[in-house]
Design a protein. Structure first.
Length: 123
């Protein structure tokens, strides 16, 4: 699977993509593959201000549950409501479905995350 070059990545398998002055956050294809069929995506607290590395969401599959972390510090401003009814759409295209949107405290913090090549090398 090719890893998109239009976003940044974390070692914990989140991706971050610019969306205006905010960022969309989702999980990588590797993460959804390890989890298996997703049955729940949620626990996103819109309006919450999180530090980088704090839990921002939870995904549950038939195999396991996993926390999704804020890749950078900022305020959660949206949750992808489509995931309420169809969490498995992430399994169909992990790079096409964002989980939450974050307004960063410092947009430049994204520059410290992994690019596609560095993510692929550590994955």
């Amino acid at each position: 699977m090719s890893i998109p070059n239009d976003r940044k990545y974390t070692a914990s398998h989140e991706w971050v993509k610019a969306d205006g002055d905010c960022f969309l956050v989702g999980i990588t294809d590797d993460a959804q593959d390890q989890l298996g069929d997703l049955v729940f995506v949620g626990d996103v607290q819109v309006g919450a201000h999180l530090a980088a590395g704090e839990t921002a969401a939870v995904v549950e599959s038939v195999k396991a549950a996993s926390d999704i972390y804020a890749p950078i510090a900022g305020e959660i401003i949206a949750f992808n409501e489509a995931l309420n009814d169809e969490p498995a759409i992430i399994n169909q295209g992990a790079f096409d479905q964002w989980i939450f949107k974050i307004r960063p405290d410092h947009a430049a913090d994204v520059d410290g995350l992994l690019d596609a090549q560095a993510y692929q090398a550590q994955a």
